[in-house]
Write a protein that binds this ligand. Sequence first.
Ligand code: DHB
Length: 544
Amino acid sequence: MKHKAVNRRSVVIGIGVAAGAAATGGIALGAQADEAETSSATSGSAGSLTFDKDDYTELTATITTDTGDKLVKYHFYKAVTYVTKPVDEKYQCLNVSVPVEIDGTTVDATRAPIVFANSVGGYMPSSVADAEGVGGGGVTGGPGAGTPSGAPSASASSSAGSSDATSGGNAMVNARGGMVNLGKLGLAAGYVVVEPGARGRTLTDSQGTYYGTAPAAVVDLKAAVRYVRANKGVIPGDTDRIVSTGTSAGGALSSLLGASGDSRIYSSYLKEIGAAEASDAVFAAGAWCPITDLEHADGAYEWNWGTNATNSGSQVDRTVSKTLQAQYAEYQASLKLRGLNGFGRLTARNYDEYLLKQYLQPSATAYLADLSDADRTTYLAANTFITWSAGKATFTWGDFLTHVGARKKSAPAFDAFDLSAGENNEFGTGATQSRHFTAYSLKNDTTGVTSKRLDSDIPEKLDLMNPMYHLANKNPGRARHWWIRLGTKDSDTSLNISANLAAALDNLGDNVNHLYYWDEGHGSNIDAADFITWIAKVTGHRTK
Ligand code: DHB
């Protein structure tokens, strides 16, 4: 079909480009320039950005939903390259699935919402090129694929959590084995499903140059959105009702897509790969356990899990933990966020109370209310830290932390002193596999990095990767409908990372649906069916 697994070395995303992006940030893309790019495209299959609506295979799938199995006949468009100058078509292509018949009834998806489901995990490369149908994409590579060649191996790493992140791609696949596939569920609901691939942090060319580190993944996802938009009226579905989804690193990217719609800071990157000249704004964004706000995540992590022991039973370095906590307190104050439901200004001092009242106790309450009397009695007997009274669960923050148990990551959780975290790789560039992206970890580097300052492109790269940057700037192109979910036992990042995201959105007046799943861990999506219903509600789509 349209996929050619080429790995062209000629286009390298590097520091020079980053500087250029800043310089050209304010200049709108010219249609003329883009036309020129299109005609100079060298790859045969990637020269055109016109969707061929006749180039599909008709497939049938039985999809399990909360209302039973559905037999779905659909048109499957495979491995459509979405840019004219791909760096690597294996990743820069997308699949489209269009339902035509559900349980024997004809479906017209011409105006249906478009579920834009990325399958990124661990900031790893994700490809849909070899998928045989809807929901077949994922992070690439077998066991060990998450560790770039030359990376500190998981066992050699001194940081338990960081090594976990280094192999994030694989951890994800396992952790999400039981996750409901949103693409499949969307298709069974009559929506059009677009599944984009994207470059990821471990990709290197034959010269050892990293070409999938920040901001490659978000640039690719934006290019894919632009492709869909540019084919309005040709590609089935309502291109003004694109609903992005993703989990963990994919959740971070989904929230980034939602927050950064049409931001000009990506212009030069999009131009470089020959992205379509169209809006990259999405209508709504769903984000499950987003691993985001990376430059502040080390501090937030210590604020949240600082006193929890690691898996080995030991406490992390107290000085490191306390220093990071202090940094977080300053950061939280600088955000000037107000909590939902009139909570008032959120600070490092009151955030425990906020999480308890707004999220954790209601989450436990809903969980317990759903149990049979006998199951509830058993659960409460095993979890005596919970007071169950008048149909409501209450408990203290300290007891909640004890209940969660071992923290998943060491300290610092994201910018590891030994550069072993996946996020260090995400901020790699050129031939440099991993870099520090916080001043504190650079200062405490244990690998022999001698520079006193972060590389000059890092601040811009951080902005390019952070939805909070776009929300602080009140980006007018952002999505206005948000679905955010997180398990209460998920210590891959701090519980207040997504709460801050929700508060920032709420404070801007956007529609935010944010809940925590009681006792669920990383990557859970136990109310996926509700999300599908939510899409119909926010898009105004009527299912027949
Ligand atoms: C993922 C998990 C992590 O702990 C992390 O640091 C980054 C990404 C993930 O599951 O995608």
